[in-house]
Every structure is written in structure tokens, then in C-alpha cells.
Design a protein around this ligand. Structure first.
Ligand code: ZN
Length: 275
């Protein structure tokens, strides 16, 4: 098996997790900028975090033979303070051309507030100015449908944004069609407690097809499973899906989306240890 982990918050994970991922066939990991579990007190905290994502974590991942890529932003949970967000967004151009940066993310909405929406628009503008891919976080539970609609409206109203260069993550049964119909990619997040279980993700693949869809673990500092993608691949095999289809969903699809930026290059033989 080979797979790409397109959404993992590796700064929160242990070296054991890297070993498990490498032995399961992880070809690379992509790390969106995220909330630390607590609010950072200043833009300086983000400066250090962006250094961690672009300098230090790639070195840690490389010790286990896993290429590491990242996305930059201030996440929606810290976007209520627009002045802080403006300062952080002002730092992004200093980092955007670093070799492992894939684009702007995970941006989006958390509580669907007016300030969050303003900060989302600022991020979309930065992405458009620098011709970057975008990775979007959608809100939880009852805020998800409304938030997904607001996010799609914000993206569609900026004519510089091409939907095929945007992935909208954490889709569920009631938002996946909306996202795909609007021309965006859809990400399914495999969580043990919320978002989407492996069984639900496979149900969605069976109903909505396997084009422009990827799966991720979104593993972070909370309850989450770094091997959720290979676990789901095993579940697909149990349900009788072909090795070709499984490879498409967990490797070729993320490869296709991410290859839209020239920075996404995997070295020879990096199909994971088992490829
Ligand atoms: Zn995330």
C-alpha cells in the first residue's frame, strides 16, 4: 500500500507516529497551519510557528523518510481578532516561497461570524495575489452547512479563484455534493469521534464517486488517528473495492490535486516503504 496524508498536524505528533506512517506506506505528509489548542498571544507566535512548519518539521519528518509539506494561514478559530489576523497575513509573503509551502490553508470559518468572514476574504486575496492553492476548513456540526455555503459564496465571488485549485475539507453527507457541484475538490476527514468515520467515508465514495475527493486523518493534539487513511483503505478492501480504486483515492487523487503547484515534488521511490 502507498498513500498520501494530505492533512496532518504533525507538530503535535510523536516520532512513533512517523514510524507507523512510514511503515504503513506514507509517501508524504502535508500540514495545514492550525490552532495550537490555545490562542497565540501575538503575531510573533505565528512567525515562530511558520518557521516550525517550513524549517523544523520537514527535518523531523525526513528522519523517517517522509517528505513534509505545509500550508500557511491564521486559522478560523483565531480569526475573531481582525487586527491580529491582518498582522499574521502580513507575514505570509515572507514564507510563501519556501520550498515546502503548498498554498494558503486551512482557512475558512468556525462560528460563521462576520470577522471570520472578513479574514477569510483577506486570505483568499493573498492566495489570488500569489497564485496559490487553497485548503479550506469547514465548521463543525450544526454550523457546517451554512458555513460551507458562505465559504463557497466567498470563493466564487473572487473571479481570480479557480475552483479546481481549492479543496474544501471536512465534508459530510450533507455538504459533499454542494462542494463537488461547485467545481471544488472535497476532503473527507476520518475522525474516531466526530466528522466522519471510515465506514461513512466509504459510503460517500460509493454514493458520490471517487473523482476530486481525498481522505485525510487531520491528526492533531486531540483525539485522532494518524493511520486513519490506511485503516480506511483496509476497510475498502474488506468491502471488495479493487486495489486500483483504493490507490486512486488514497494516492493518485491527492497527487493530482497537489501537483497543481510546482513545489509538490516527490523524489524517486517515495511511494512509501511498501510501494
Ligand atoms: Zn486541520
Amino acid at each position: 500500500m502507498r498513500y498520501i496524508e494530505p492533512h496532518g498536524h504533525m507538530v503535535s505528533r510523536t516520532t512513533d507516529d512517523y514510524i507507523d506512517m512510514a511503515t504503513a506506506g506514507c509517501a508524504c505528509v502535508c500540514e495545514p497551519a492550525f490552532w495550537a489548542g490555545f490562542d497565540r498571544s501575538s503575531a510573533d507566535g505565528f512567525y515562530d510557528y511558520f518557521c516550525q512548519l517550513t524549517e523544523h518539521e520537514p527535518k523531523r519528518a525526513a528522519k523517517f523518510g517522509i517528505p513534509h509539506f505545509c500550508w500557511l494561514c491564521i486559522n478560523p478559530k483565531e480569526s475573531e481578532d481582525v487586527k491580529l489576523a491582518e498582522e499574521v497575513i502580513g507575514l505570509i509573503p515572507k514564507f510563501i516561497n519556501r520550498p515546502n509551502v503548498l498554498g494558503i490553508g486551512e482557512i475558512g470559518l468556525n462560528k460563521n461570524s462576520r470577522n471570520e468572514l472578513k479574514v477569510l476574504e483577506l486570505h483568499i486575496d493573498v492566495a489570488a495575489q500569489h497564485d496559490q492553492l487553497i485548503l479550506v476548513h469547514t465548521p463543525h456540526l450544526e454550523d457546517k452547512l451554512k458555513g460551507t455555503r458562505l465559504i463557497i459564496d466567498a470563493l466564487k465571488s473572487d473571479k481570480r479563484i479557480r475552483p479546481e485549485r481549492v479543496i474544501i475539507d471536512h465534508v459530510e453527507e450533507h455538504t459533499i455534493q454542494l462542494v463537488l457541484d461547485a467545481g471544488f475538490w472535497a476532503g473527507m476527514t476520518l475522525y474516531p469521534e466526530s466528522k466522519c468515520t471510515p465506514a461513512r467515508a466509504i459510503d460517500m465514495l460509493e454514493v458520490y464517486g471517487n473523482e476530486n475527493i481525498w481522505m485525510n486523518s487531520a491528526c492533531d493534539w486531540g483525539v485522532s488517528v494518524p493511520l486513519a487513511v490506511p485503516h480506511t483503505a483496509l476497510e475498502m478492501r474488506k468491502r471488495g473495492h479493487t486495489p486500483e480504486l483504493i490507490d486512486k483515492v488514497i494516492y493518485k487523487n491527492p497527487m493530482k490535486f497537489l501537483s497543481q503547484t510546482a513545489r509538490f515534488q516527490l523524489g524517486p521511490g517515495s511511494g512509501g516503504l511498501n510501494a
